[in-house]
Design a protein around this ligand. Structure first.
Ligand SMILES: *Cc1c(COP(=O)(O)O)cnc(C)c1O
Length: 359
């Protein structure tokens, strides 16, 4: 029996997608073998790859002057790829907003290749908010401006898109496809798949094509956006199964009504949980109201001695993976697209009951 899964990543996948993959596993498209056992250059797989790109373009309304790449090495490889691809055209300075652990990792990689200006940071209040738009300024000579629209660990989501002159770079690993975005405001968007797209092993990169000629001359081949874009993300063997499964998720998303339907649903799901947390005398949210994430909802119990019991009982109730990140403790419920409203209703009902018994 499938349970309600609130894992932060690799996260829940839509059940119909898993069922289709199961049905097709042994004999895909009548070929007598699985999708994992054919050449990535075969006609059949090329169709999968092209269709996945087209569906992603349709879902996000990606303009023609943007290349879509299916990349390896996760979002983490892009922490390095961003400076490698953008520090070769003059300025070796970049602006970063520091909002938590993922921003920090991106910053530390960029520092190895150039100078990082931390234009804003929420470290003063334990990364519990997104710095307000009027609290920072872009630097004068910056190659690009990087931020993390949704900090997966802290559960902090920006309520705005930074308005900057330099190319805007966004790590959308835990928020992509959860709402419509104006792609034309960004220079490069990247996301590891295992939160809101598909299985781990693949990442999506969306790059404005005028940024493909700014790489440092000795960029490693496997990090080059230009090479990836020119080779349709097949400069080397891509993770074909992850690509195929991501494509099934894109089709599923379209059938659900696309990203605007996901935006509406995400507000409903997260609203239900935040409303409960705000009413509760026992559970609370550590995140500043205006920066609360729709995707990752951290919460704490009034008495952390009950954490273990909460986790044990919730698991017995069929609610999986509610433990917070090891670095911050407490609990976290991740409410990505594949997590249903029914799952959140079950979680809130369980929490209310736990509070009655232990609060
Ligand atoms: C999970 C996550 C990452 C790391 O992704 P990998 O694919 O494991 O490299 C980076 N940034 C954010 C915001 C994430 O949520």
């Amino acid at each position: 029996m499938r349970k309600f899964n609130f894992c932060a990543g690799p996260a829940a996948l839509p059940e119909p997608v898993l069922r289709q993959a199961q049905e097709e596993l042994l004999d895909w498209q009548g070929l007598g073998c699985s999708v994992m056992e054919v050449s990535h250059r075969s006609g059949e797989f090329t169709t999968v790859a092209e269709q996945a790109e087209q569906d992603l373009r349709d879902l996000l309304g990606i303009p023609d002057n943007y290349k879509v790449m299916f990349l390896q090495g996760g979002a983490t490889a892009q922490f390095s790829a961003v400076p490698w691809n953008l520090f070769g055209a003059g300025s070796k300075q970049a602006d970063y907003i520091h909002t938590g652990q993922w921003a920090d990792k991106a910053i530390n990689e960029a520092r190895r290749y150039g100078e990082v200006n931390i234009v804003a940071s929420s470290e003063d209040r334990n990364f519990s908010y997104a710095p307000a738009a009027d609290s920072w300024e872009e630097s004068a000579d910056t190659a690009y401006f990087h931020y993390t629209p949704n900090e997966t660990i802290g559960g902090v989501e920006f309520p705005y898109i930074p308005d900057v002159k330099s190319p805007l770079i966004a790590d959308m690993s835990s928020t992509i496809l959860s709402q419509p975005i104006p792609v034309e405001k960004f220079g490069f968007i990247y996301a590891g798949a295992q939160k809101n797209i598909g299985p781990s092993g693949i990442a999506v990169g969306i790059v404005r094509d005028d940024l493909l000629d700014r790489a440092l001359p000795d960029i490693p081949r496997s990090l080059s956006w230009k090479i990836a874009a020119e080779a349709q993300s097949m400069d080397n063997t891509p993770p074909t199964f992850a690509w195929y499964l991501s494509g099934l998720v894109f089709k599923w998303l379209k059938a659900q009504g696309g990203v605007s339907a996901m935006a509406e649903l995400s507000l409903k799901k997260s609203g239900l949980l935040y409303d409960f947390l705000d009413r509760s005398a026992f559970f609370s949210s550590p995140v500043s109201t205006e920066s609360r994430s729709r995707m990752n909802v951290p919460f704490v119990l009034a008495d952390d001695k009950l954490d273990k019991q909460f986790l044990q009982e919730s698991e017995e109730a069929g609610l999986l993976n509610l433990k917070g990140h090891r670095s911050v403790g407490g609990m976290r419920a991740s409410l990505y697209n594949a997590v249903s409203l029914e799952a959140v209703e079950a979680l809130v009902a369980f929490m209310a009951d736990f509070e009655r018994r232990h609060g």
